[in-house]
Write a protein that binds this ligand. Sequence first.
Ligand SMILES: *Cc1c(COP(=O)(O)O)cnc(C)c1O
Length: 412
Amino acid sequence: MRMDTSSSHSAAERLDAVFAATRSRFDLPEGVIYLDGNSLGPLTHDARMRVADELDNQWGARLIKGWNESGWIDLPHIVGNRIAALVGAAPGSVVACDSTSVNLFKVLSAALQMRPERRVVLSDRGNFPSDLYVAQGLLGGVERGHELKVVEPEEVAEALDENVAVLMLTQVDYRTGRLHDMADLTRRARAVGAATVWDLAHSAGALPVHLEEAEADFAVGCSYKYLNGGPGAPAFVYVRPEHAEHAHPFLAGWMGHETPFAFDPGYRAAPGVGRMLVGTPPVLAMTALDAALEVWEGLDLADVRARSIELSETFVAEVEARCPELVLASPRDPLARGSQVSFRFEHGYAAMQALIERGVIGDFRTPDLMRFGFAPLYLSLDDVLRAAEELETVLRDRLWDDPRFAARLKVT
Ligand SMILES: *Cc1c(COP(=O)(O)O)cnc(C)c1O
């Protein structure tokens, strides 16, 4: 087969143009190469302007009238629908609220009730500790002999049996970026009658996700990572539409009531996914997130994925050529990982601090992982090449070997 170089050339040019346009919408500090958007996405101009407007013209000028006049009360659904479009969910099946951890508690409790005769929640060792803590806390409180079974990521499929009430997994491993096959594992879970709960913290905005198509039952996710919603931005929660009318989370509140302003002492769940809401939405944070999501309008996640793979593959090749001390901790196959790459290095914490001082920001995960996230919306191939060069300098000149970089800060 002959390669059509003119069309592949124009395809690359098209992607360059798409991502030059998205990059111009971010307000990144001069001289910084930001490889930590998997932990906290950067500020957009849209978010800055919307929050300023919210302060001056909505809260400041309208006071409590803002709940109606500025549409504050609808933000959890409006933002939820924007996110639904990014995770392959139908409109009306996602709301934005609370934190990922709290949302996980809600959906896990709802999922357990769908399988009252079963006692096992199955998860894996690659899951985020908070997810496991939420499950431990919930199962401890239920006191009906439930067990949290945690296996190696490769053993999940074989551990699925008819005792499993809920399969609770994070699709992309926060340390290594290892990617679970959501469609396959969800199918296997359904085959043994287990409900599924997916955490999309490192998936949403990083790669195409197909919740509806995969027939996932519940999902939660984070919006301050690849969705750039701002520090502590509200998380999201998905309920498969066919379950929404009989899902009953253990956490209920007035915002999830059928008629909150009837002030009825008895709880009646709101229709659909709205019942996952609990308390008053944090309007300023919700506004920042809503505005940040505008950058995704018209973007194709297949393009984002293609560029992300190009960036991470370039980085891995450059780092392996330049930094023999570092050992790749992520799957080598880009299709088997999310949008991040980690390398092991004994002095990883200090090396990351030295790198950050040189304007290349990644992060560190214990015990020895240097972690780098690739967000095509604001990162170019040139950035990635420069980051690899700086990393080479840090290692070659042992810049990490400085007492300033030895003490660990509270947040790593
Ligand atoms: C980032 C992350 C969270 C964060 O939870 P919060 O409740 O927002 O602190 C949860 N789960 C996973 C898998 C994450 O990566």
